[in-house]
Ligand binder design. Structure first.
Ligand code: SF4
Length: 400
């Protein structure tokens, strides 16, 4: 059993490209071995910007999940599900919206940026303004404490942390909290109770962050405490009330930056992608016709790899020896550009071959993917419901 839970999602953009593979999926494959992972298809998020073209969402979602599986995401290690199949995301989104100050949403930096970038769409909608809050609900509903985010998403995670704090502050004050927390400490057993109390005092009196961390791990390991008592003790550590929602932390991951064929970010809208299922002949053609350092007009003109998008591919795919060969051959005109591209083509094809094989298996038997998602949705619903019970209770909606 893992102590940390990771959540990550992707909008259903259809079949994926190498930028997704190197930027996200390779990380997911690693993360699933280290953490309890939940990976989801963010179909409601797709509607925040593509509400006018819903017909593409479903097929895109299935294609995307097949690519996840092809890339090595393993349903026996991670939970894969579709956001709209877990309606509690919408319930939490609604409940959080009651206490979210409008100004917090308006100042999320991507709000204005995206509206300007996607100016061909009318994004002056309530759903678009609220999408960071929907993201918060996605994370908080699973009490995911680790979220892999890129730089541009960091403000969204900070926003989620603020929402969790505000929620805990408003709704975490249960009557008799201190007495209940003291009772819960006793349930830890004498040795651990003493340790918890010492660590709490160290943190509260001296601000000792390492004591806080130790106390948190002590609580993480407790199997015998009820969830309610565990949350009380987490909240009591910092002097607050019951911690109903968990503040997620950024999970820093190593991601190779995979540029597009023209050196810009790889993106369908720039028409510079190689898809995970691209036909091998098309891969060869696309790489052979990639632009190179413009200084290399003739074969005898030396060039500079730093000015060439092919070099970026070598950084992702090649070993040191090949890179040295490129540096030498390019700067001395010892090799031609087609020669230089040849090992890249080989490596892309080698990487792609097992993925294509797996795609075929899933395409031949679509029920496999449907079953994987059905199982994942069932598990996600169960986990979401555990949190929703506490949230409804805290917000006076349990009607027991
Ligand atoms: S030799 Fe390689 S790195 Fe140099 S310009 Fe040609 S393709 Fe680019």
């Amino acid at each position: 059993m893992f102590a940390d839970r990771v959540l990550s999602g992707m909008r259903p953009t259809g079949s994926l490209h190498l930028g997704h593979y190197h930027g996200v999926l390779k990380n997911w494959v690693k993360l699933q071995q280290q953490y309890e992972c939940l990976f989801f298809v963010a179909d409601w998020h797709a509607l925040t910007t593509h509400y006018g073209t819903p017909e593409i969402i479903e097929q895109n979602a299935w294609d995307m999940v097949i690519d996840w599986l092809a890339a090595g995401v393993d349903p026996s290690q991670a939970t894969l599900f579709i956001q709209s199949k877990v309606p509690a995301h919408a319930e939490l989104y609604l409940l959080l919206s009651m206490m979210t100050p409008l100004g917090w949403l308006e100042r999320v930096p991507t709000y204005k940026d995206q509206q300007e970038r996607l100016s061909e769409k009318d994004l002056s909608t309530y759903g678009f303004l609220g999408y960071p809050l929907l993201q918060s609900a996605d994370i908080l509903i699973y009490r995911a404490n680790r979220v892999p985010v890129g730089e541009d998403q960091a403000p969204h995670l900070e926003f989620t942390r603020e929402i969790a704090r505000r929620f805990n502050h408003i709704y975490g004050k249960e009557p008799g909290f201190e007495e209940k927390a003291e009772l819960a400490i006793k349930k830890l057993g004498s040795r651990k109770s003493k340790l918890y109390t010492e660590l709490r005092t160290l943190y509260q009196e001296q601000g000792d962050e390492s004591a806080l961390e130790k106390a948190r791990s002590l609580l993480d390991e407790q199997q015998n405490l009820s969830l309610g008592d565990q949350e009380r003790l987490f909240g009591y550590l910092e002097g607050g009330g019951k911690m109903i929602l968990v503040e997620p932390e950024t999970l820093l991951t190593e991601a190779s930056r995979m540029p597009g064929l023209d050196g810009q970010k790889m993106s369908k809208s720039y028409h510079n992608t190689i898809s995970l299922r691209e036909d091998p002949d098309s891969i060869r053609k696309k790489i052979r016709t990639m632009p190179t350092d413009p200084a290399r007009v003739r074969r005898s003109d030396p060039g500079d790899p730093a000015k060439c998008p092919v070099w970026q591919f070598h950084l992702v795919y090649s070993d040191d020896k090949t890179r040295e060969w490129v540096q030498w051959g390019c700067t001395t005109a010892g090799i031609g550009c087609l020669e230089c591209k040849s090992p890249v083509i080989d490596m892309v094809l080698v990487e792609q071959a097992p993925m294509v094989e797996r795609v075929r298996e899933y395409e031949e038997d679509p029920t496999l993917v449907r079953n994987i998602i059905a199982d994942g949705c069932e598990r996600a619903n169960k986990l979401a419901e555990e949190t929703m019970r506490d949230i409804r209770e805290a917000m006076g909606l349990s009607y027991s």
